[in-house]
Design a protein around this ligand. Structure first.
Ligand code: 5RP
Length: 235
């Protein structure tokens, strides 16, 4: 079974957590988009009603409109019942690396504001130690080289031997990639993060860091698409 088939299985299983009338945080990336598409089908068939979505990216917002998922402006969401989102890596404590698609700030704001975060992944995302996937760190463009040096120092202090930090660029390889919020992303290749909790804490202390891609203590449910089915795990 391909990774995208496994993602579709995980996304379908996440629908079981959705009830009519909910306000839903809609994550970003291919797995979250599969969930949004299936949510649209459930609304069209009448299996679910009166769902309001809060998208975590412009791409997800566009897809939601296309498949008929009603959206509300985030500032009008009185609550967020549930967020369903993907991840780039997940460890055994449901700690995540996110931001491969560059949406980590909005994803974290919405996940943090939600009563429940359900993470949907294919099995390639499961790791024993975080860090093989380069950690995205969203930074203010102002003085980003100074911030990058601070990020390097923070990762060293958290036990990473030789962090390799690169400014994410657009497809043309020239211009910096810009997040929906107009920030830069530093992709921090760590190899392995010996202490992800320390790394998260140290990165949060740097003034130019807008947000980092370590999601700690946010996911409570993990759904892994595997050959033959979806495995649902709860912390
Ligand atoms: C976007 C994200 C995505 O959730 C993450 O990159 C996983 O993407 P995909 O579901 O396409 O594998 O954090 O910023």
């Amino acid at each position: 079974m391909s990774a995208s088939e496994q993602k579709a299985l995980a996304a379908a299983a996440a629908l079981d957590f959705v009830e009519s009338g909910m306000i839903l945080g809609l994550g970003s990336g291919s797995t979250a988009e599969l969930f949004v598409a299936q949510l649209g089908e459930a609304l069209a068939s009448g299996a679910l009603e009166q769902i309001q979505g809060v998208p975590t990216s412009e791409n997800t917002a566009a897809l939601a409109r296309e498949v008929g998922v009603p959206l509300i402006p985030v500032d009008q969401a009185s609550r967020i019942d549930l967020t369903v989102d993907g991840a780039d890596e997940v460890d055994g404590r449901f700690r995540l690396i996110k931001g491969g698609g560059g949406c980590l700030l909005r994803e974290k704001i919405i996940a943090n504001a939600s009563d429940l975060m359900v993470v949907v992944v294919d099995e390639t995302k499961l790791v024993s130690d975080l860090g093989a996937f380069p950690l995205p760190v969203e930074v203010d463009p102002f003085a980003f080289t100074i911030t990058a040096k601070k990020v390097f120092d923070a990762l060293r202090a958290a036990g990473v031997k030789n962090p390799d930090i690169n400014l994410r660029r657009k497809g043309d390889g020239l211009d910096p990639f810009l997040t929906d919020g107009g920030n830069y992303i530093l992709d921090c290749a760590c190899g392995r993060l010996p202490d992800a909790d320390d790394a998260a804490e140290y990165l949060s202390e740097i003034p130019g860091v807008v947000e980092h891609g370590l999601f700690i203590d946010l996911a409570r449910v993990l759904i892994v698409g595997e050959d033959g089915g979806a495995r649902v795990m709860e912390l």
